[in-house]
Design a protein around this ligand. Structure first.
Ligand SMILES: [Fe+2]
Ligand SMILES: [Fe+2]
Length: 313
C-alpha cells in the first residue's frame, strides 16, 4: 500500500479511538516519539527510586519503613512495565540503558533534587507522585496500546503513593513545633520543582502539536499544571500549611487558582544536567548496572542450559 494510504488509515484509527498495537503500521515519527517518551518515563521511575531509597534505612518506625520499601519497589515495577512497553516498539533494553548512562536520554528532573529530611518522603509522595498522576491518568488513554495498558496498573499504585505521602505530612503537621517546621520546609522546597514536572509552557513546547494529533497526549503541559495547582491548593489547607507562592489565589472568574512564575532558568539548568544531584544519580545507576552484571550473566547462562536440556529431552 502507498505510504499516503497507510498514514490515512493510521490517523483514522486514532480518530476512532482504536489503539495502535506493536505489529500495526505506524509513521516513523510516531514510533520514535513513543520510544523517547516511554523510555524517559521508565528511566524516571528507576532513577526516582534513589531519592526515597536514601531514607529506607532511616525511616522513623518499622511501619514507615515497610510502607516506604513497598513504595520504592512499586517504582521499580513501573520502570519494568515501561521498559517492556518500549521494547514492543523495537528498542532494545540495552540501548535504552546505554542512552540513560551516556546522558542521551533524559529522566524527570525532579529526581535531581536532594532528600534532606524525613518530611521529604511525605512531600515527594504528595507532590511528586501527585504531579505524576495528573500526567499518568491522561496516559491511560494514550493511543499506543501497550503504553496505555501499563498506565492503568501504574495509576492504581500511584494513588496509594500519593495518599501515603499526604499521610506522612498530616502526622507531622499535627506534631511538635519542630515537626511542623520540617513539614513546611519540605513543602517549600518541593513545590516549585513539582510544578516544573509538567514541562515548559505550551508556547515553548516543541513536541506538542503532533503528540496531540496522534493522541499520545490529550492535555497540554499548562492544562495539566493548572489542574495540579487547583488540587494541591485545596489539599494544603487540610495540612494547615502554605505553598511558597505569594501570588497564589483563587480566581473567581476563571474558577482556577492563579499562581506565580516558575523559575525557568532553574528548570533549564537542571534539564541540562546542572541540578544539585544529577551526577550523583547517574553514578548510582551506573554502579547498580555494573554490580548487577553477574546476575544478568548467570540468568543468561541458566536460560541457555535449560534450553539445552529441553532439546536433549
Ligand atoms: Fe511510579
Ligand atoms: Fe509513585
Amino acid at each position: 500500500m502507498e505510504n499516503h494510504n497507510l498514514e490515512t488509515r493510521f490517523q483514522n484509527k486514532i480518530d476512532q479511538e482504536i489503539k495502535i498495537e506493536p505489529r500495526d503500521w505506524m509513521p516513523d515519527a510516531y514510533r520514535k516519539t513513543n520510544i523517547r517518551q516511554i523510555s524517559q518515563h521508565a528511566h524516571s521511575e528507576i532513577v526516582g527510586m534513589l531519592p526515597e531509597g536514601n531514607w529506607i534505612s532511616r525511616a522513623p518506625s518499622l511501619k514507615r519503613k515497610a510502607i516506604l520499601l513497598a513504595k520504592v519497589q512499586d517504582e521499580a515495577g513501573h520502570g519494568l512495565y515501561l521498559y517492556a512497553a518500549a521494547e514492543t516498539l523495537g528498542q532494545s533494553r540495552e540501548q535504552m540503558i546505554e542512552d540513560l548512562h551516556s546522558g542521551r536520554a533524559k529522566y524527570s528532573s525532579i529526581f535531581n533534587y536532594p532528600t534532606l529530611t524525613w518530611a521529604d518522603m511525605g512531600a515527594i509522595g504528595w507532590l511528586v507522585d501527585g504531579a505524576a498522576i495528573m500526567n499518568q491518568v491522561m496516559l491511560t488513554r494514550t493511543s499506543y496500546g501497550p503504553y496505555a495498558r501499563a498506565m492503568v496498573r501504574i495509576c492504581k499504585e500511584e494513588s496509594f503513593h500519593q495518599r501515603q505521602g499526604f499521610e506522612v505530612l498530616l502526622v507531622l503537621s499535627k506534631g511538635s513545633e519542630a515537626q511542623k517546621a520540617m513539614c513546611q520546609d519540605a513543602i517549600n522546597r518541593w513545590w516549585w520543582p513539582a510544578l516544573m514536572m509538567f514541562g515548559p509552557r505550551d508556547s515553548e513546547s516543541t513536541n506538542s502539536d503532533m503528540s496531540m494529533k496522534w493522541k499520545i497526549k490529550r492535555k497540554s503541559n499548562d492544562e495539566l499544571r493548572q489542574q495540579f495547582v487547583d488540587m494541591i491548593a485545596e489539599q494544603v489547607k487540610l495540612l494547615n500549611m502554605t505553598l511558597p507562592d505569594a501570588q497564589l489565589r483563587y480566581n473567581e472568574n476563571t474558577k482556577h487558582y492563579d499562581f506565580g512564575e516558575i523559575n525557568w532558568d532553574e528548570f533549564w539548568q537542571v534539564v541540562k544536567g546542572n541540578g544539585p544531584c544529577n551526577k550523583e544519580r547517574l553514578a548510582a545507576r551506573k554502579k547498580a548496572w555494573e554490580e548487577g552484571r553477574w546476575v544478568r550473566e548467570a540468568a543468561t547462562a541458566y536460560a541457555a542450559k535449560q534450553k539445552q536440556k529441553q532439546k536433549a529431552a
